[in-house]
Write a protein that binds this ligand. Structure first.
Ligand SMILES: Cc1cc2nc3c(=O)[nH]c(=O)nc-3n(C[C@H](O)[C@H](O)[C@H](O)COP(=O)(O)O)c2cc1C
Length: 554
């Protein structure tokens, strides 16, 4: 009896303990299921990509179009004209290293130029390096919160934007050969060497070719690979010079271009180091590289070398299908997780993060238009400047509704912004939206202070908003207080340019006068409109025709 009582009491204790800890158990099970779903989902996407006939990785025998971190054979054969050493430094270490490297390169009888990133305009000059036959070296340190040194801020910003802007062809820097040495301190655990890593990644995303593995110098002597940042640099410098001599001799290791998981079949027997050199990255990086390769393939993206504007729809029509595949795969995982968590707000924030929008309240956004940036630097403005003399640097691009009733195939916010046919969001007041929009716009403008090429006078002018483009993202006319918002803008002496997607004829009729009203005509037949704009409204064609009528009545 005692034994059975003991058993029962033990069993009872277990049950009570399970009951008391049930929330941990639920959490563990939920976490396990989520993990399993994500793994399954990722595996499915990878399998699909590998099977896809358009996937360069699956086309054996076909030379890859992108570098995949491995300098294309043609690029390696190009003789070396010289070495350009770019440095970004706050307290002088990177600058010192740049000079030391320059001396060493000079001793190899190669022309060398040391360039402070702060004095260099990547927009003007970096693409020239794709055909200059130079080797570009980047020595850059990381500062507080993973930021670049002040002098390198514009260089990094430009590179990041170019790498992430879907309108910029992913082969923008194809042919540029580079090496990166990052300076940092591993005591900054969360941001260790982030700038060097990012520059390396952005260059790679734009199809530049690494000539060797990125290296990292660590000020933290306890962790530094060679005992100090100086020793780290010396070791990397020696490797770099060896690599340079190899390239100068025109020697190249054969690359079968059948790289799989970062390993080249032809190089399996070679030492790990030479394999790294050939591929220009470590095994770990190769895995990362493969991922990047899959998502930045020019072939998949259907990109071109030149900048493509969304407004140049005709030019990108031929690439849309492939671009759609890319956009799908890029954002699908994010979208999936968001749906899984039922977290629409998270989706909106992710959208803001990826697209460079600053969110306002719960449904509005503001962004710096590329023409605003262009005019800040004394260059040309958008067509509104050409046609009507609008000063693009004084124009704020904003929307009171990030939500839209279409899911256009050419829209880069695909799957990440809310869609719907009617207003379903908590409503923010126009006064609040305008005030925050101007503040956030001004903050973005202020970030250009001191940036190479930016005109001081234009920057001052830009702080006073004179025009507002209610366009590009979302459907501004969906916002129920759109008339109040437009009136408010006019009261502040701000002219209004509103673009609507031709799905809200009644709202167009009710709209009070704006400075200019545009209705997007994305297709000329019902079927093509359905395929291009992928409207949510069932009567989308009638709405489209009515919208044009409403515009004509204005
Ligand atoms: C205020 C401060 C913040 C720093 N933040 C970081 C950091 O976030 N990540 C990192 O890797 N290194 C960080 N470092 C270390 C520097 O990158 C390192 O000292 C580097 O060698 C400086 O190079 P420079 O003299 O060329 O600017 C920081 C150093 C200072 C003084």
């Amino acid at each position: 009896l005692d034994v059975s009582m003991d058993m029962w009491s033990y069993f009872h204790t277990c049950l009570v303990s399970i009951w008391l800890h049930r929330f941990y158990i639920y959490s563990a099970v939920a976490f396990g299921i989520s993990l399993w779903i994500v793994i399954q989902f990722t595996a499915t996407i990878r399998t699909k990509r590998k099977k896809s006939p358009g996937n360069p990785a699956s086309s054996k025998g076909t030379p890859d179009k992108l570098g995949n971190g491995c300098a294309p054979p043609q690029a390696q054969e190009v003789p070396i004209a010289g070495v350009k050493i770019f440095y970004g430094s706050q307290t002088g270490t990177a600058k010192r290293f740049a000079k030391a490297l320059a001396e060493a390169v000079t001793s190899l009888n190669l022309p060398v130029e040391v360039i402070n990133m702060g004095d260099y305009d990547p927009e003007d000059s970096l693409s020239e390096e794709t055909s200059s036959s130079n080797i570009c070296v980047f020595l850059v340190s990381t500062y507080t919160e993973g930021q670049p040194p002040e002098s390198a801020a514009w260089f990094c910003k430009w590179l990041e934007e170019a790498a992430n802007d879907f309108r910029v062809g992913k082969s923008l820097l194809q042919g540029l050969r580079y090496a990166v040495f990052g300076l940092g301190n591993s005591a900054y655990v969360d941001h260790y060497n982030t700038v060097g890593r990012s520059i390396d990644r952005w260059l790679w995303m734009l199809s530049a070719s690494r000539i060797m593995t990125r290296a990292e110098g660590d000020c933290n002597v306890a962790q530094s690979k060679h005992g100090s940042i100086e020793a780290d640099f010396e070791a990397w410098k020696a490797n770099f010079l060896t690599r340079l001599q190899v390239l100068c001799r025109g020697e190249k290791k054969s690359c079968s271009r059948k790289c799989k998981k970062g390993k080249c079949k032809s190089s399996e027997k070679q030492s790990k180091e030479s394999s790294d050199h050939e591929h220009g990255m470590s095994e770990h990086e190769n895995a990362e590289g493969e991922e990047l390769f899959e998502t930045s393939s020019e072939e998949e993206a259907g990109g071109t070398d030149s900048v493509v504007d969304v407004e140049d729809l005709g030019n990108i029509m031929g690439h849309m299908k492939k671009a759609k595949v890319l956009l799908h795969s890029r954002y699908h995982l994010v979208s999936f997780v968001c749906q899984f968590l039922q977290a629409k707000l998270i989706g909106l924030m992710i959208f803001a993060l990826f697209s460079g929008y600053k969110l306002i309240g719960s449904h509005s956004g503001v962004k710096l238009c590329r023409w605003t940036k262009s005019m800040l630097r004394g260059r040309g403005g958008c067509y509104k400047h050409t046609f009507y003399g609008i000063e693009s640097h004084r124009c704020m691009e904003a929307t009171p509704s990030l939500a839209c009733a279409n899911k256009c195939v050419f829209c880069w916010r695909h799957h990440t912004n809310p869609v719907g046919t009617e207003w379903r969001w908590k409503m923010d007041q126009p006064e609040m939206i305008l005030q925050e929009a101007i503040e956030k716009h001004q903050n973005m403008i202020k970030q250009f202070k001191g940036v190479s090429g930016v005109k001081e006078a234009r920057l001052e002018e830009a702080l006073t908003v004179k025009h507002c483009a209610l366009s590009l993202v979302g459907e501004p006319i969906m916002y129920p207080h759109i008339n109040r918002f437009v009136r408010l803008l006019h009261q502040h002496g701000i002219s209004t340019f509103l673009v609507t997607n031709a799905q809200f004829p009644e709202e167009i009729r009710r709209l009070e006068p704006v400075t200019q009203l545009y209705v997007s005509v994305d297709a000329s037949t019902k079927e093509s409109l359905r395929r291009i704009d992928r409207p949510l409204f069932k009567d989308f064609w009638q709405r489209f025709l009515d919208s044009l009528k409403a515009l004509a009545e204005k």
